[in-house]
Design a protein around this ligand. Structure first.
Ligand code: 2BA
Length: 108
């Protein structure tokens, strides 16, 4: 079995969740915050059989859009990016996905 973590934009959270459920995928959705932009996002956790991983990633890919934001001066200043406080454009997503092996899975 595999454990999938997927960080999805706030605006795509509801549709991604709905589509996963529709396809019979058990999922937990957590409210999370990006460390860099400090904007809200959703982190999905799902444990699936190995042969379901690609299906889950495909659903997330299909419903997560790429977005461009202007990182505000305080964010850039806090990150000390190039010693400048000029706003920079950052592209978020579609989604950031991690897949890990599960050693043991139990529903008790
Ligand atoms: P944030 O940390 O708020 O990052 C938002 C976007 O800002 C990132 O988009 C990336 O384009 C840019 N960015 C992040 N850190 C940066 C830095 N140190 N310098 C310059 N630009 C930076 P994505 O890469 O699509 O990431 C979207 C969200 O996914 C992130 O929100 C974070 O919550 C999560 N994430 C991305 N990579 C991760 C990782 N390796 N580990 C854990 N979470 C991650």
């Amino acid at each position: 079995m595999k454990l999938i973590f997927a960080i999805v934009n706030n605006d795509d959270g509801a549709i991604v969740s709905a589509q996963l459920i529709k396809q019979g995928i058990h999922v937990t959705k957590m409210a999370s915050t990006g460390g860099f932009l400090k904007k809200g996002n959703h982190t999905f956790i799902t444990a699936v059989e190995d042969d379901e991983v690609e299906k889950v990633i495909e659903i997330i890919k299909n419903y997560s859009k790429k977005r461009t934001y202007s990182a505000p001066a305080d964010v850039i200043s806090a990150a000390s990016l190039g010693g400048s406080v000029t706003p920079i454009q950052v592209t978020i997503g579609g989604a950031t996905v991690f897949v890990a092996n599960i050693e043991r899975f139990e529903r008790i």
